[in-house]
Ligand binder design. Structure first.
Ligand code: PGA
Length: 262
């Protein structure tokens, strides 16, 4: 969106992104009704971006209802091959054809439940970009890793492997999601989130450039709710949130989208 020149000397020009990860909830019939409700509630939102990530089979219904609205749609995962004999898989180009702009890559549930390792995450990241989708690359440490003081190393290693070979003009989003905070009701403190966001932004600067670091959005995820979103979004360098449980209720998701800082 911005040229490198336009970013020289500017900071925090990033449009906040509020993303709802529906996980394995909201089958097509309910997803359609929910999309209609979101469309009605959020039709005046302009200064922030909203995206929802329905289960694969619900994407067509949601895409139909959100057409001609600013609410974007993303897939929760993809397979890196474009097409072929890969039973059960969905490719990035299929998601794009179904109306997606985004796709989650490397969500911790994909890593722990379905065995995606950093190499698989990297292939998915590349395939997403090749199909014109914006990957939302998730990273985050387990509780044991945090307690062992390994958070910075773990998170850096995850993004480094996934972004190997990624060019500087790539459009992508990072999401810091500490595994111990996902679905547990235990949110990272705003200071903990800000610390990891800062190290990720430093890493972007070293790996790519100051311009890439300045324009790339870094989301926080893990038990984000209506009553903690304001303080998280008030942190320097927190450019949005990736919300699971609290994105499944229209009133709490609306309140999260309408976060207030200051
Ligand atoms: P949660 O999930 O908000 O329910 O903790 C976040 C996520 O998994 O993206």
């Amino acid at each position: 969106m911005h040229s490198d020149d336009a970013n020289q000397g500017t900071v925090d020009k990033r449009t906040p992104l509020i993303a709802g990860n529906w996980k394995m909830y909201l089958a097509p019939t309910r997803a359609r009704a929910f999309a209609i409700e979101l469309r009605t509630r959020l039709n005046d939102v302009r200064d922030r971006e909203v995206a929802v990530f329905p289960p694969f089979v619900s994407i067509p219904a949601v895409a139909e209802e959100l057409e001609r609205t600013p609410i974007r749609i993303g897939g929760q995962d993809l397979y890196w091959q474009n097409e072929g004999a890969y039973t059960g898989a969905v490719s990035a180009s299929f998601l794009a054809d179904a109306g997606c702009s985004y796709v989650l890559v490397g969500h911790s549930e994909r890593r722990t439940v379905f065995g995606d390792d950093d190499q698989a995450v990297g292939r998915k990241f590349q395939a997403a970009r090749a199909a014109g989708l914006v990957p939302v690359l998730c990273c985050g440490e387990s509780l044991a890793e945090r307690e062992a003081g390994r958070t910075a190393d773990v998170v850096r290693a995850q993004v480094e492997t996934a972004l190997a070979g990624c060019p500087a003009d790539a459009d992508f989003v990072l999401a810091y999601e500490p595994v111990w905070a996902i679905g547990t009701g235990r949110t990272a403190t705003p200071a903990q989130a800000a610390e990891v966001h800062a190290l990720l932004r430093d890493w972007l600067k070293t790996r790519f450039s100051a311009a890439v670091a300045a324009r790339t959005r870094i989301l926080y995820g893990g038990s984000v709710k209506a009553d903690n979103v304001d303080e998280l979004m008030a942190q320097d360098g927190v450019d949005g949130v990736l919300v699971g449980g609290a994105s499944l209720k229209a009133d709490s998701f609306e309140r999260i989208v309408r976060f207030r800082t200051g």
